[in-house]
Structure formats: structure tokens, C-alpha cells
Design a protein around this ligand. Structure first.
Ligand code: AMP
Ligand code: MG
Length: 536
């Protein structure tokens, strides 16, 4: 296929499957669950489904694959991206990986419900892997069914694209398609299973490799294959680091430390909580991957986690994410140690993670506050105090920062004043605004505004700068749930509307104001809004 040819139909997608061409396959080709040794993947076909129907597609991801809207709306598209039709040139397979789950080594996990269809090189010479999630069992499905339900598929689809438009590194989502079949799930693990509509998401990423792909080979002592996979990854996704050697492995690890830190800083900026930061859910490219029981901070509670499975330990709570990122990197360091042979460079990169994170966090917070740079002598305290004050009472993080941007730096505030009016929108329970709280917040505001007043940046542009860092629209947990409720009743319009809204998360979008409102009371304790399980 001529690469310069503009794709018009699905049939003209040009596959170039480097991963399966260069890395060893599991010789066994039947679709039976097993431990897979000496291989990076197992070939497996998606399972056919009865009555697929397109719920939504992302135009921008279609464009990455040189697919037009018309093609994405064609019946062929639905057949292909639900897994009913395998195109010539595809080489479907599931990857073998392991992982540390909730702090313990879990052995082989692998793509239990993900099937990689193949790699596309688009007209801009970018390489994209296409992956179906929920398209049936694979050799890695263990005791589960390989399927996914509509609710979690909509959550993954919308959040991947929302994150992209927020400027956060992430895997992408091309489409979500219902299968016309039912899938049984016990959402709360309480012995009350329910039939739910099944769905398949097509995910798109330069690579789906996780820390766990490397860990499983190290754990099994398959060092030659480990080196082959690392060399492959460096040549494919990190060519700028030079040809593979122990020195390059160290540079590679240091780079993964930096991209992981950068990703988590973005999460902290927008109030995203991943929910299951197991090492099998950590992308080697520093992309947000595997949207499961994730959530968005509504009130700013640093120890909040959306994942009910983690409610006790809170290992993956908002504030713990930076630390867990480093813990996961340590597991990756252990895995590649046999190739490097020395602890010091790996240790150094892990230590540097702290610095990179702290510098990035300071810059990010300074940006949220509208400062053009981080000035340690003043800003350290301003930031530290703010993250102590925000959790004191129920405060909507997203609204708070947008409203803060509206306050003029010349505003005079005294401790005994009521809070500046615009900020009142950010609070969930007005009765919590005690005199003591108000005085504390006003004192902080006074210091903050005078610092903002002295900032080098232009006063006129302060609000715009802040609004480019502080989104107005995020995928609030209850919004996703509203779209799911409607979709389960066959109405997909809200999925499309939210996708469209979240294309421009930093814009005011006056007609869409209601989507920026704080969580309504009904959603406070509703399943799917405040609590999520891994059952998906
Ligand atoms: P997670 O932490 O949700 O990303 O998943 C952990 C592991 O469980 C991965 O290996 C998944 O492929 C696998 N898994 C999760 N759900 C299913 C399912 N319904 N069928 C098969 N495998 C699954
Ligand atoms: Mg996973």
C-alpha cells in the first residue's frame, strides 16, 4: 500500500505490524488460558458479536488514522472496531505482562480483554497501534470473560479524549460500540450480579507497553527476551536515546521517570485520580492508561479515592499518586537491573524523580495561581497554605480556581470581611463558612493577591493564563453517569454532547454552563458518581 495514498475506506488502512514481526510469539495458537513463557504475546482473534451498534467515535482519533467522518459512520467501521471483521494486514494478538497489584507481585496478568489489531503508519508517518478492549477472551483472561460493559466503556472513551484535550498524555479512544449482547457483572461484589449491555472500545496509542511487560520477563529470568523487548522499545519509541547499550538503558529509565512524573503532575493539576495505579497500568511512554475506577476531585480531599476496592488502604488516593508513581518506577528499575548490572544509576534516576516532581509541581501550582514563575521565597508558603486550607471545608477544586482567576489583584480583603462573592460558588455547604474559616481564607487571599500584584506578568492576561491551566469543564463523575444512564436506555446523545464539551475544556462555553456546576446532592453517594468498583 502506498503510504501517500489518502485512506478513504476502512479497507485501505495500511498495517505495518512491527511488534509481532520483531518479537517472539507464543507458539501455541489456541485460545486457552495458560501461562505463556518465552514470548511477548499470543495471537488471538476477537470474538464475533450479535448486533453491534456505534455509540460514539472521536473525529480527532479518526483523523490520526486518516479516516473521514463518513468512514467512521459506515457499517464497515462498526463491524471492524467491534471485532467482527478482521482486515487483511491485521495481526491480532494479546500481550503478555505481569504486575504489582496493590503493592504485591501478582504474576502473569496480560491482555485478558484487550486484543491488539495491528499498527498503522498514517499519512504523517506516525505509528499507531489499534487495540480493542472487551472483544472476548484471550489466553490471559484467567477466570474472567474478556468482555466489557457499556458503562465502563463510555467512561474510558470519554475520559481518554477529555484528558487529551486537557493536554494530558494519554492513550486515545477511537470508538465505543455496543455488542447487542449482555454481560453479567456483580458491580459491588455483593452477590447480586446483573446483566448489562456489552461494549467494545477501540483504543489507540503509539504503544501499549506497560511496566508489567518488562517485569514479567525479569520475574521469570527470561533475561535475553527482556533485553530484546527493551531494545525494541528503545529503537521504536525512544530513538533519540541512541542505540541500545547499558548506558542507554539508564538514560531510558531516567526518561521514564521524567515522563511519569510529568503525567502525574498533570493529574494533580486537574484533580484526576487514576484509582488503580498497579504496575500493569503504568505506560512505558508515561501515558495515562487503563481507565477503570478513576474519578475527578469534586471537593478537594487529598485522601479521596474513587475505587471502593481501595477505600480501606487508600493506596491510590489523590495525594498518594506521586509517591506510588515512584514506587512503581522502583519495580521497573528492579526489572531492568539485570540488563544494567549497577544499582547506582537507577537509584539516581529514582532520586531525581523527587526533584523533577517537586519542581514540576511548584511550576504547575504557580501556573494555577497565575504567576509567571515560581518564586520560592513567597510561593512555597502560598502553595502550602492553600493546599491546607482547601480541604478544611467542602470546596470544589475546579470551580475554586476558575473563580480565583476572576478576582482583581487590586481587590482589598480583610480577615473580618465576608469572602469575595465569586468564590462562594465553590462551596458545597454554606453553613461551613464559619467566621474562623472565612478569616483564614481571607488572610490567604490577601497574601496571594499582593503576590499576584507584584508578578512580572501582565495583569490583563493573568486571568487568561490561569484559565489555560485551570479547566472549566472536566468529566465530573456524575456527568459521566448521566451519559451512561441515558446510553443504557439506548440514547447516546449525551455521550456525544459531553465529548464535544470536553474538546474545549478551558473555554467558557456560556451555553454549556450547567456542565460546570458542582456535583448535585443526588450524586453525593450514588454508585458510579462517588464510588466505583473494579467490576467493569
Ligand atoms: P485492571 O487492573 O482492571 O487493568 O486489570 C487487571 C488484569 O485483569 C488485566 O490483566 C486485565 O486484562 C484483566 N481483566 C480485567 N477484567 C477482565 C475481564 N473482564 N476479562 C478478562 N480479563 C480481565
Ligand atoms: Mg489494566
Amino acid at each position: 500500500m502506498n503510504m501517500l495514498f489518502h485512506h478513504h475506506s476502512i479497507e485501505s488502512l495500511a498495517f505495518d505490524n512491527r511488534f509481532t514481526r520483531e518479537l517472539p510469539a507464543d507458539p501455541q495458537t489456541d485460545n486457552l488460558r495458560r501461562q505463556v513463557h518465552g514470548a511477548c504475546y499470543s495471537r488471538v482473534m476477537p470474538t464475533r458479536v450479535a448486533a453491534p451498534r456505534l455509540v460514539a467515535f472521536s473525529r480527532e482519533v479518526g483523523e490520526l488514522l486518516d479516516l473521514t467522518d463518513a468512514t467512521c459512520l459506515s457499517p464497515d467501521f462498526t463491524e471492524v472496531f467491534v471485532g467482527n471483521k478482521v482486515l487483511p494486514g491485521m495481526d491480532p494478538m494479546a500481550m503478555c505482562y505481569g504486575g504489582h497489584q496493590f503493592g504485591s507481585w501478582a504474576g502473569q496478568l496480560g491482555d485478558g480483554r484487550a486484543i491488539n489489531l495491528g499498527e498503522i503508519v498514517n499519512n504523517s508517518k506516525e505509528r499507531w497501534t489499534l487495540q480493542l478492549k472487551g472483544a472476548g477472551p484471550t489466553p490471559y483472561s484467567r477466570r474472567a470473560d474478556g468482555l466489557a460493559v457499556l458503562r465502563s466503556s463510555i467512561r474510558e472513551f470519554l475520559c481518554s479524549e477529555a484528558m487529551f484535550h486537557l493536554g494530558i498524555p494519554t492513550t486515545r479512544a477511537l470508538s465505543v460500540i455496543t455488542t447487542g449482547e449482555l454481560v453479567e457483572r456483580d458491580m459491588f461484589y455483593d452477590g447480586h450480579p446483573k446483566d448489562e449491555p456489552g461494549a467494545v472500545v477501540c483504543r489507540v496509542s503509539p504503544s501499549f507497553l506497560r511496566f508489567g511487560n518488562f517485569e514479567i520477563l525479569a520475574a521469570r529470568g527470561e533475561t535475553a527476551l527482556l533485553q530484546q523487548l527493551v531494545d525494541y522499545t528503545i529503537r521504536t519509541d525512544f530513538p533519540e536515546l541512541g542505540s541500545p547499550s547499558p548506558a542507554t538503558y539508564n538514560k531510558w529509565f531516567a526518561e521514564i521517570c521524567r515522563t511519569t512524573a510529568a503525567m502525574i503532575i498533570h493529574w494533580m493539576r486537574v484533580g484526576f485520580v487514576h484509582g488503580v495505579m498497579n504496575t500493569d497500568n503504568m505506560s512505558i511512554l508515561g501515558l495515562t492508561i487503563d481507565y477503570g475506577p478513576y474519578g475527578w476531585l469534586e471537593d478537594f480531599s487529598p485522601d479521596w479515592t474513587p475505587n471502593t476496592t481501595d477505600a480501606h488502604g487508600r493506596r491510590y488516593s489523590f495525594n498518594n499518586q506521586p509517591h506510588i508513581g515512584q514506587w512503581n518506577l522502583l519495580q521497573l528499575a528492579n526489572a531492568i537491573y539485570p540488563l544494567v548490572g549497577r544499582v547506582e544509576p537507577l537509584q539516581e534516576a529514582l532520586t531525581e524523580y523527587n526533584e523533577v516532581f517537586l519542581n514540576g509541581w511548584n511550576l504547575m501550582m504557580a501556573g494555577k495561581l497565575g504567576f509567571t514563575s515560581f518564586e520560592k521565597s513567597t510561593d512555597d508558603t502560598i502553595i502550602k497554605e492553600l493546599v491546607e486550607i482547601l480541604p478544611l471545608i467542602e470546596t470544589d477544586m475546579t470551580i475554586f480556581f476558575r473563580k480565583l482567576a476572576t478576582l482583581p489583584t487590586s481587590l482589598q480583603v480583610a480577615a473580618t470581611d465576608p469572602l469575595p462573592k465569586p468564590l462562594l460558588d465553590a462551596y458545597y455547604q454554606p453553613e461551613q463558612l464559619t467566621e474562623k474559616y472565612t478569616a483564614t481564607m481571607n488572610r490567604w487571599l490577601k497574601t496571594y493577591l499582593s503576590r499576584a500584584q507584584k508578578d512580572k506578568g501582565s495583569k490583563q492576561e493573568r486571568r487568561q493564563r490561569m484559565n489555560r491551566t485551570n479547566p472549566k469543564y472536566v468529566l465530573r463523575n456524575y456527568l459521566a453517569q448521566l451519559a451512561i444512564d441515558k446510553a443504557e436506555a439506548g440514547d447516546y446523545a449525551l455521550v456525544g454532547e459531553l465529548l464535544d464539551l470536553l474538546r474545549n475544556p478551558y473555554d467558557e462555553q456560556p451555553k454549556k454552563e450547567h456542565f460546570a456546576a458542582k456535583r448535585p446532592e443526588w450524586a453525593r453517594n450514588r454508585a458510579g458518581c462517588s464510588m466505583l468498583s473494579c467490576s467493569s
